[in-house]
Design a binder for this molecule. Sequence first.
Ligand SMILES: Cc1cc2nc3c(=O)[nH]c(=O)nc-3n(C[C@H](O)[C@H](O)[C@H](O)COP(=O)(O)O)c2cc1C
Length: 147
Amino acid sequence: MTKLLVLYYSRTGNTEKMAKAVAEGVRSVAGTEVEMNYYISVEELAGYDAMLVGVATYHHDMPVTFKSYFEEAAVKNVDLKGKPCAAFGSYGWSGEAPKLILEILKNKFEMNVREPPLSIKYTPDQTGLDKCFALGKRVAESLIPRA
Ligand SMILES: Cc1cc2nc3c(=O)[nH]c(=O)nc-3n(C[C@H](O)[C@H](O)[C@H](O)COP(=O)(O)O)c2cc1C
């Protein structure tokens, strides 16, 4: 069983809708377990095989609580090296947050970024949700060992 984490920050529910669709995509892959949460302790992060991070953009940035969360993980040397990760998030006009989080995951934690950030303007429509589902599925499938 591979274990994937969908960790997200959403104030008004748009990124949460995306997170649910991403988690469904992960769940669609046999042999995969998914946990969807808006908070787990930083030490627990190391217990997952891959991480999908959802974050909405506020004030051209990711929310400060989210930034300090990953700073705490870095200070505590949480080992995420080489694990696959991806980022997504809802936005209104500029949408920086998913890109910023990927930079942190890549540069501070040496995670394996395989996907460009998936950004959706305001509330995701069905096409957007399908893209979220596909993202979760792709990352989960990338963990299946090839015969
Ligand atoms: C106070 C405030 C500041 C915002 N700042 C930005 C911003 O700088 N860039 C942007 O793209 N969207 C911005 N937005 C729009 C949100 O990203 C958008 O509403 C998004 O759908 C919120 O996602 P959530 O429902 O997951 O919290 C802002 C919204 C609010 C209320």
